[in-house]
Design a protein around this ligand. Structure first.
Ligand code: BDR
Ligand code: CA
Length: 318
C-alpha cells in the first residue's frame, strides 16, 4: 500500500477523508496531523481522534500542530462546519489525547521512517507543511508527492477568487508550491463536483456499522444547496475526501502541469492561486524564465461517478 499522511483541520469533509484513508486497502495511513482551520486546533485534534476511533483505527498517531497561520490571525469556518467544526453531530469525546510529539516533529519522524516515499495529503491550511519544509527540509527525500486540497483555477469560496485553505495561510501555501517536490493541486474546481446522491447517503446513514453511519451523517451535513436542509436533501459532497481518492485512484482526475503562484499582496486577490493556462508550445515545455519548482499538476477534471463509487465501496468495508 501507498504510505500516506494526512494533515487536516477536521472538519466535516476532512472526517470523510480520514474514513476513506483508513478503509482503503491500497493506502497505509501512517499518521494524521492537525492544524487550525475549520475550527481551533484543539477542536481539530478532538474531532480527528474521535473520527479515527469511530473508523476503527484508534492507534494511528495524531499530532497537534499550528494554532494559527504564519502571518494571519486564526479565523474559523464555523458557519460551514458547525460550532464544534464537525457539523454539531454530537459525537462522543475521544478516549485518548494527541501524541506527545508536535505535528511537525511527528511528520518528520513518520516521513523519514516510512518504508518507501510517503504521499502527503494536506486537506487544510498549509501552516504545518510550510513549517515542516522550512525546519526539516531533509524530509523531501522521502516524499513521493504532495496532493493537497486547496486553491482554485476559477472561482474561490473564502473570497471571490481565493479558496479557504490557501486564503487562510497564503504564505504557507506559497512555501509549499516552491518546495521542489511533485505537487498535485486538487482545487475547488474538482472538489465541488463530487457529490454523493441522496439514496446512497440514506443507505449509509441506515448502516449498523458506526464508521459507515458516520460517513452518511457527515455527507448529509454537506447539502448541495448552501444552507439546504439535511433531512430534505441528503446528497452531499465528498469535499476533501476527493483528494484522498486522487491518491488511491489517480486515473479519476485529469491534470495538467501548469505554473501556479499564490497572490500574497493585501487586497481582494490575496490568497488566489493564479494558474497560468495560457497556450504553451508543448505540454512538457517550460517557458523561458519560468521557475521549474512552481509547476504543479493541477486537477482540471474529475470522473464524478468513479469517485462516488470508489468512496462508497471503500467506506462500507470495515
Ligand atoms: C476547504 O476548506 C475547508 O472548510 C474544507 O474542509 C476544505 O478543506 C474547502 O475550501
Ligand atoms: Ca479541510
Amino acid at each position: 500500500p501507498i504510505p500516506v499522511i494526512i494533515d487536516c483541520d477536521t472538519g466535516v469533509d476532512d472526517a470523510l477523508a480520514l474514513l476513506f484513508a483508513v478503509r482503503h486497502p491500497g493506502l497505509d495511513l501512517r499518521a494524521v496531523t492537525c492544524v487550525a482551520g475549520n475550527t481551533d486546533v484543539d477542536g481539530v485534534v478532538r474531532n480527528t481522534l474521535t473520527v479515527l476511533e469511530q473508523a476503527g483505527a484508534p492507534d494511528i498517531p495524531v499530532g497537534r500542530g499550528a494554532e494559527r497561520p504564519l502571518l494571519e490571525p486564526a479565523r474559523s469556518a464555523r458557519h460551514v462546519h458547525g460550532a464544534d467544526g464537525m457539523g454539531d453531530l454530537g459525537l462522543p469525546p475521544p478516549n485518548r489525547a494527541a501524541a506527545a510529539l508536535d505535528a511537525v516533529t511527528l511528520l518528520r519522524r513518520e516521513i523519514l521512517a516510512a518504508p518507501r516515499p510517503v504521499t502527503l495529503v494536506p486537506t487544510a491550511p498549509l501552516t504545518n507543511i510550510a513549517l515542516l519544509l522550512r525546519t526539516h527540509p531533509e524530509v523531501t527525500r522521502n516524499i513521493e508527492r504532495i496532493v493537497f486540497m486547496g486553491g482554485a483555477v476559477a472561482t474561490g469560496n473564502a473570497t471571490p477568487v481565493a479558496e479557504f485553505n490557501v486564503w487562510h495561510d497564503p504564505e504557507a501555501a506559497a512555501i509549499l508550491l516552491t518546495a521542489g517536490v511533485p505537487i498535485t493541486m486538487y482545487g475547488l474546481d474538482v472538489f465541488q463536483q463530487v457529490v454523493v446522491p441522496s439514496p446512497e447517503v440514506h443507505r449509509l446513514r441506515a448502516s449498523a456499522e458506526s464508521g459507515t453511519r458516520l460517513a452518511g451523517e457527515l455527507l448529509a451535513h454537506r447539502p448541495t444547496t448552501p444552507g439546504g436542509d439535511p433531512e430534505a436533501e441528503e446528497a452531499g459532497g465528498l469535499g476533501d475526501a476527493g483528494a484522498v481518492c486522487a491518491v488511491a485512484d489517480p486515473q479519476g482526475i485529469t491534470t495538467r502541469l501548469l505554473p501556479v503562484e499564490v497572490c500574497l499582496t493585501q487586497g481582494p486577490a490575496r490568497g488566489q492561486t493564479v494558474v497560468d493556462r495560457r497556450p504553451r508550445p508543448g505540454e512538457s515545455e517550460i517557458h523561458e524564465g519560468e521557475r521549474e519548482q512552481s509547476l504543479v499538476d493541477v486537477a482540471l477534471e474529475v470522473d464524478v461517478e468513479r469517485y462516488v463509487r470508489l468512496y462508497l465501496a471503500t467506506v462500507t468495508r470495515s
